[in-house]
Design a binder for this molecule. Structure first.
Ligand SMILES: [Mg+2]
Ligand SMILES: [Zn+2]
Length: 215
């Protein structure tokens, strides 16, 4: 069976969470309180993102210089190559920002990857965010990964998801196979969602190579 890979970006494709790194470096005080309100469900992702970016003391150039330091998982490029060889599709589904994700991927020669994420616009008046893949029914995600997985999964394919955190908890119930680490792994264990623990894309590459080619 043909496999289709749906991947979280922050902490999954990258070693560290890009948004968290930016917030810690550039945000004036107040973001922690906003984050607490978001975790309690008092603010939507779109609201918290817009309010957090209003606290940013950084130009888009400052942000790009920080993004230049972001490292990808050591085996991610090999994973992409293997999927290309096998004709398996890859979709990056992120509750981060398309502009920043595309910048990082292009720097690593992976600008062709398909990304679904929130929209960040930087102009003279500052930053604004819109969640163009919002699902009102979900309540958890800005970019609802569950909705996207259903939309993008082709018939008779095996939907494989890999993630590491809160933004993956909505979608993990829907994938055929889940690779989980960090807080997503604890969530899957708590909720009895079958998940394969992994530490890097090396584990996923080995899993692909072990599967018989006809299934
Ligand atoms: Mg993540
Ligand atoms: Zn969702």
């Amino acid at each position: 069976m043909k496999q289709v890979f749906f991947l979280d970006f922050d902490g999954t494709v990258t070693k560290d969470d890009v948004v968290a790194t930016m917030v810690k470096k550039f945000c004036r005080p107040g973001w922690k309180e906003l984050n607490d309100q978001w975790e309690r469900g008092e603010l939507s992702t779109e609201q918290v993102a817009n309010k957090t970016f209003q606290l940013f003391d950084a130009t888009i150039t400052d942000i790009y210089r920080l993004l230049d330091t972001i490292e990808l998982d050591d085996y991610f490029a090999d994973f992409v190559q293997l999927c290309n060889d096998k004709n398996y599709s890859i979709y990056i589904l992120s509750d981060g920002y398309g502009l920043l994700i595309k910048y990082i991927l292009q720097r690593h020669g992976l600008g062709d990857l398909v990304v679904y994420a929130n929209e960040l616009v930087a102009d003279n008046s500052g930053y604004s965010i819109s969640c163009t893949h919002l699902n009102d029914q979900c309540g958890k995600c800005g970019t609802c990964k569950k909705t996207l997985l259903h939309k993008l999964k082709e018939k008779s394919t095996l939907a494989v998801y890999a993630g590491d955190g809160y933004s993956d908890t909505c979608v993990c119930h829907e994938a055929d196979v889940v690779f989980a680490k960090n807080s997503l792994l604890s969530y899957c264990q708590d909720k009895n969602v079958p998940a394969i623990p992994y530490t890097s894309f090396k584990d996923i590459i080995q899993w692909i190579k072990k599967r018989p080619t006809n299934c």
